[in-house]
Design a protein around this ligand. Structure first.
Ligand SMILES: [Fe+2]
Length: 324
């Protein structure tokens, strides 16, 4: 009896140790002094040791197209059906096969504006030209206008190159979007996660009090400030939905100071609707488990008379769900 207990304990330990190593490598490596190369080694080898590596590599190329309808009382009637293609966390120089798949997917899509919510570069340091070259390759398949913000993997030195591609970078700024005699406002803030150069007040300063407004932020961690500033919708990424998750898409870590319910997909906070993209790319190692990459088509709808003024009915629907 005692021997059987012992062997069960050893088996449990053998399963737990790799899991703990993955948790450390995925979310906390920089806090406890493990280098990126060290985290990369741990993730790659733990996945290989557990036989999950090649499946996880294939998953990183299986991009879902999610559809997210949201209703707002404050949306001008002329903007009924306004559609936003949301692409986040390209990490474009990490996985060429995934970027080729992305190009195939976006070519035939219909949308009114495209937004990119940061993290174009694979690493947080080093050369950025390969990332710019990759964004340029994807960007030629996207329809204008394209609006974007920077993420914690990006440097401000990338901005001229991105703007030269026709991408309007929103660095604590706001742009009006006009249809007929109606206007909505699209604002964007600089990275609030690592560089902490976000300024929501500045980005919102030119938005009329009652106007419908959207905020782009790489990280959703600023959800309280965004709601307080009066934004109707916050679009973000950064979390990768966990990237390596337990069954049921339960993330080992979100790499953020954030309630779990804001970690991926549609959510709401007070009078603001929000969406956190799981991202189309992958960081550290191009692998995903129980958390497929995504791009998202958000469609803005008018709330029916008597309906909620908040976009709380948002529910993402994958165009083609694939099971892992
Ligand atoms: Fe990212």
């Amino acid at each position: 009896m005692r021997n059987s207990d012992n062997s069960a304990g050893v088996r449990s330990l053998l399963k737990t140790v790799p899991l703990l190593m993955l948790v450390v490598a995925c979310g906390h490596f920089n806090r406890i002094g493990i280098s990126v190369a060290g985290a990369e080694w741990i993730i790659r080898n733990v996945l290989k040791a557990t036989g999950l590596y090649w499946r996880a590599r294939r998953n990183a190329e299986r991009i879902l197209v999610k559809r997210n309808d949201m209703r707002f009382k404050t949306l001008p009637p002329l903007f009924e059906g306004f559609t936003i293609l949301h692409i986040s966390d390209l990490h474009v120089d990490m996985n060429e096969v995934a970027m080729n798949r992305l190009i195939e997917l976006v070519g035939s899509m219909q949308y009114d504006v495209c937004v990119l919510t940061g993290d174009y570069r694979g690493r947080t340091f080093g050369p950025f030209q390969p990332a710019l070259d990759g964004v340029a390759r994807v960007g030629t398949h996207l329809k204008q206008p394209i609006y974007a913000v920077l993420g914690n993997h990006d440097t401000i030195q990338m901005v001229p190159g991105l703007e030269a591609m026709g991408i309007r970078m929103l660095l604590n700024e706001c742009e009006p979007i006009v249809r007929g005699n109606a206007t909505i406002y699209l604002a964007g803030i600089d990275d609030a996660h690592f560089y902490r150069v976000d300024n929501i007040e500045k980005a919102a300063s030119s938005i009329p009090h009652e106007a419908f407004s959207i905020l782009l932020s790489h990280t959703p961690e600023i959800y309280r400030q965004a709601a307080h500033a009066g934004f109707d919708l916050l679009l973000s990424g950064h979390t990768h939905g966990g990237q390596i998750c337990l069954p049921g898409s339960i993330p080992l870590t979100l790499g953020s100071v954030l309630p779990r319910r804001f970690g991926a997909g549609a959510w709401s906070y007070h009078n603001m609707a929000g969406y956190t993209s799981a991202g189309v790319g992958s960081s550290i190692v191009p692998v995903r488990i129980n958390c497929l990459p995504e791009i998202t088509l958000h469609r803005l709808r008018r709330a029916q008379e008597g309906g909620s003024s908040v976009g709380t009915v948002a529910q993402s629907q994958p165009e083609k769900e694939t099971r892992e």
